[in-house]
Design a binder for this molecule. Structure first.
Ligand code: AMP
Length: 411
């Protein structure tokens, strides 16, 4: 028997109502803040992620599902299953000149993402994200609004016992200064860093701060390293951008914790980065990650454009929310006359009612058993009912049965 591929998961009948509720809530909350949905392909040119997410990230280096299509030789096109959706949305934004509409342009999305990671609780190789991207905004009010949108969505799902962590990485210029100061400070400890961090040291030193290795984390606590991390290295513009953001969050009553070690895994972030965590999720505690990426649109060939967004893992949301039961059907038609049953079910469905029939012409008692499991009411359509042109409708909760003569009373 062929089994499911490691790191992927079937979403079955029991889980669908909760998934649907999460997505309906996302659509509801995002639409209220004037976001429109965008759907981009699940695969894109590999180069988009190499340039957009960054050559030095774990995602691009180790985790992409990349393959060549269109020919056996290596000149074939290399495509990649999207590991995240910001790069794809930015590509679409540039390709369709979406900046022609007056800013800000606000999009939300939902869909599967693919990363070749080691599967464990809360970490899959195919998982789903719901997220937003806002373009055409440098102002900190946009950061506050995006964060509040994430928080509102989580509140709608009944999740408020969460921690919002925030940091500012600085702009293109001060981020570079910080990167250099950090490299200089870490140099004496280079041999003590884990192998991954040794590589990051050259390619992406800020990512070192994201390392979960205990030995590396001890190094970040050394006074000379702490000095660099906790020194306010960001420039004055970035400082006032960040403090304006904090002011807005205070106004909105959104609690936050500043975490100077928060750098996020992707290369494109500038200024604000944030994460929302839940302790109940265990080791994979991050529920939402986001930030500002003011340089990305330009880097991928568009005009300079301020932008910010976030993505949330839907499987992780699913694990935290209260589960929704499958809704029962309005009617189950109990009958030994398949033609009449089918026609009645069809009429009800066209009128917006949900209805099911029995395909196998089983005994009424069996059909009623099935009906009481899946429907609120049974319409009994026996010989008498068909001859007499009426319906016997049984409420499967109370057991009360009544005679209904007019079809309109069923809808
Ligand atoms: P990222 O795109 O890495 O910032 O991730 C944003 C969110 O997506 C995380 O906070 C998680 O909730 C979710 N996520 C990321 N990677 C995975 C994965 N491999 N499996 C399940 N959820 C994931």
């Amino acid at each position: 028997m062929i089994k499911i591929t490691r790191g992927t998961k079937d979403i079955l009948e029991d889980e669908i109502p909760t998934w649907q509720w999460i997505l309906d809530s996302a659509k509801n909350v995002f639409t209220k803040s004037n976001y429109v949905e965008i759907k981009t392909p699940i695969f894109e040119a590999t180069e988009l992620f190499q340039r957009g997410v960054g050559d030095s990230t774990d995602i691009v280096n180790k985790e992409m599902y990349t393959f060549c299509v269109g020919g056996a030789d290596k000149t074939a096109t290399s495509i990649t299953l999207r590991p995240e959706n910001t790069a794809g949305v930015v590509r679409a934004y540039i390709e369709h000149n979406l900046n022609r509409q007056s800013p800000p342009q606000k999009f939300w999305y939902f869909g599967p993402m693919f990363r070749y990671e080691r599967p464990q609780a809360g970490r899959q190789r195919q998982f789903h994200q719901v997220g937003v991207e806002v373009f055409g905004c440098y102002e900190p009010i946009a950061d506050a609004e995006v964060i509040s949108c994430a928080v509102n969505f989580l509140k709608t799902l009944g999740l408020d016992d969460l921690t919002l962590e925030l940091n500012s990485l600085g702009c293109k210029n001060c981020k570079n200064d910080y990167r250099e100061s950090l490299k200089k400070a870490l140099k004496p400890y280079l041999d003590d860093l884990c192998d991954d961090c040794k590589m990051r040291y050259e390619k992406n030193p800020l990512r070192i701060l994201d390392c979960k290795n205990e030995d590396c984390q001890k190094i970040f606590m050394k006074p000379d390293i702490k000095d660099v991390i906790y020194n306010d290295y960001i420039c004055d513009d970035c400082k006032s951008h960040f403090s304006e953001l904090l002011g807005y969050l205070d106004e909105l009553n959104i609690k936050y914790k500043i975490n100077k070690l928060l750098v996020r895994g992707l290369d494109y972030y500038t200024r604000t980065v944030f994460e929302i965590k839940s302790e109940s999720l265990g080791a994979q505690s991050a529920l939402c990650g986001g930030g500002r990426y003011d340089g990305l649109v330009e880097m991928l060939g568009g005009a300079p454009t301020g932008a910010i967004g976030f993505a949330m893992g839907v499987e992780r949301l699913y694990n935290l929310v209260k589960k929704i039961e499958k809704e029962k059907l309005d009617y189950f038609i109990v009958s030994n006359d398949p033609k009449h049953a089918l026609v009645l079910a069809n009429k009800l469905r066209l009128e917006g009612k949900s209805a099911e029939i029995d395909y196998q012409n089983r005994k009424f008692i069996k059909q009623l058993e099935k009906a009481s499991k899946c429907a609120h009411r049974a319409i009994i359509l026996g010989e008498d009912e068909i001859k007499g042109n009426f319906y016997s409708v049984k409420d499967l909760n109370s057991g009360v049965q009544e005679k209904i003569e007019d079809f309109r009373d069923l809808i």
